[in-house]
Write a protein that binds this ligand. Structure first.
Ligand SMILES: C[S@@+](CC[C@H](N)C(=O)[O-])C[C@H]1O[C@@H](n2cnc3c(N)ncnc32)[C@H](O)[C@@H]1O
Length: 223
């Protein structure tokens, strides 16, 4: 089972007890995904609950997600968006895998959020560029970025254009299982994550805070 980095199994169970219960579609998504070879890519249940709280705090009606996989984070986000905005909520979901997102569509249908999710299968940089060019700048409340790490800087820049003032982006895997704190690790993924953390800290366009939820979530609120 996917869980936050560094938590003991006892604490994972405790969090599950004290957090809101998972929607049945989320529980099925977690259970079925756990049998896939790439199961560890899925966000943890406690991160899903955290993201639903962020959606609520932002009263998010329009969001984008980069990195859908089998759909846990998109289903969690869309469920709360639909609860808050039964009409008009929209989630732009970006991925490149038909195979994994076919599974995601199944959970979206079960959760009855398929009507608010638009899936675009293409490199996310192209999708975000197209949305900026289509005049959607400043219209998004929330972005969740959980895909190729060397693309994070481009997603940060395009995402900032799409967000409204006061909107937020969450970047996943920012602790990279601890590798970002190892100066000897200069691989492209680790370097990209480190560079983004330092860039966001110094960026006058955002308020940024790094957290240790999941595998590390960087929260950037647009000024
Ligand atoms: C870590 S998984 C996402 C996990 C997901 N958020 C969840 O809750 O289970 C990363 C996903 O990013 C997708 N991806 C990788 N490179 C991408 C790119 N350039 N553009 C869009 N999606 C990409 C992969 O196909 C994969 O589904």
């Amino acid at each position: 089972m996917s869980s936050s980095f560094g938590l003991t199994p006892e604490l994972v169970r405790y969090l599950a007890q004290v957090n809101p219960p998972e929607h049945p579609a989320l529980a099925r998504c977690r259970e079925e995904t756990s049998r896939l070879p790439m199961a560890r890519m899925q966000i943890s249940a406690e991160q899903g609950a955290f993201m639903q709280t962020i959606v609520r705090m932002l009263n998010a009606k329009r969001a984008f997600e980069i990195g859908v996989f089998t759909g846990y984070s998109s289903t969690a986000t869309a469920l709360t968006m639909k609860e808050l905005h039964p009409v008009g909520a929209k989630l732009l979901a970006c991925d490149i895998s038909e195979e994994w997102t076919t599974k995601a569509r199944d959970y979206w249908r079960e959760a009855q959020v398929d009507d608010l999710i638009e899936l675009v299968l293409a490199p996310a940089s192209e999708t975000l560029d197209a949305r900026v060019a289509a005049g959607e700048g400043g219209q998004y409340d929330l972005g969740f970025i959980d895909a190729d790490k060397t693309g994070y800087d481009v997603y940060y820049e395009r995402g900032l254009q799409l967000l409204r003032k006061g909107g937020a982006m969450l970047f996943d895997n920012m602790l990279w299982s601890g590798r970002v704190a190892d100066p000897a690790d200069t691989t492209p993924d680790t370097s990209a994550l480190r560079a983004l953390a330092h860039k966001a800290k110094a960026d006058p366009r955002v308020h940024a805070a790094m957290t240790n939820i999941g595998d590390g979530v960087l929260i950037c609120v647009k000024k």
